[in-house]
Design a binder for this molecule. Structure first.
Ligand code: ZN
Length: 219
């Protein structure tokens, strides 16, 4: 049973994915992690991806298709997709790619108000030295602009300034609306209110996954 997690940047998709992976036997395809990994590479592809991400834009469908095919070749079994598909063409491509692997069983749509997302995302700072992540509202460093752990300088990612966040959310909405409509027509959308605690959200998701027959990893 393949699962898709849909939700805007800052909706807590990645956190929910990790909780799902701890309970259910699934592979994890995180578009964000994979692209961020590529963006750090000093290669033509890496520089291309880094530039696209800094502008708050999306990687091309054909490039993402290559990355998906490669992932499916190397990973047998069911997958939870996070950050993919974005856009109708990607949704159609993924459905086709999974046809002989059980298809798509469920699309979880995490819904969070825009002002909450802007607030969450634009308060994140990262250590330049050790990559530790702080949140100026929920998890602030002891000294402003200095890492508690290593004393390194804290900075805000280019794509997490309030202006960049607004732009990313607008791009996400435009690209994702047709995807949600596509899966909704097939009856596979499960809407979840993402503006509650991590545990409350996960309880709802876990119950749903058990209900559709996804097997829990035995303790
Ligand atoms: Zn540090």
């Amino acid at each position: 049973m393949n699962i898709i997690l849909i939700g805007p940047p800052g909706s807590g998709k990645g956190t929910q994915a990790k909780k799902i992976l701890a309970d259910f036997s699934l592979n994890y395809f995180s578009a964000g992690d994979i692209l961020r990994g590529l963006a750090k590479e000093d290669s033509p592809l890496g520089r291309e991806v880094a530039q696209i991400m800094a502008q708050g834009k999306l990687v091309s469908d054909s490039l993402m298709a290559q990355i998906i095919e490669d992932f499916l070749t190397r990973n047998e079994g069911d997958v939870v997709f996070d950050g993919y598909p974005r856009g109708l063409d990607q949704a159609v491509f993924l459905e086709k790619s999974l046809k002989n692997r059980g298809g798509i069983s469920l699309v979880i749509n995490l819904q969070v108000p825009e002002e909450v997302l802007i607030n969450r995302l634009s308060s994140r700072v990262i250590c330049r030295n050790c990559d530790a992540v702080y949140n100026l509202i929920t998890n602030p460093p002891k000294k402003k602009e200095i890492c508690d752990t290593c004393g390194g300088e804290l900075y805000q990612r280019d794509d997490e300034t309030p202006e960049a966040v607004k732009k990313r959310l607008a791009v996400f909405d435009r690209q994702t609306k047709p995807v949600i409509e596509f899966f909704d027509r097939k009856g596979g959308i499960f809407n979840v209110d993402g503006n509650q605690s991590i545990e409350a959200i996960y309880l709802i998701i876990r119950k749903k996954l058990v209900n559709i027959g996804l097997g829990l990893i035995s303790a």
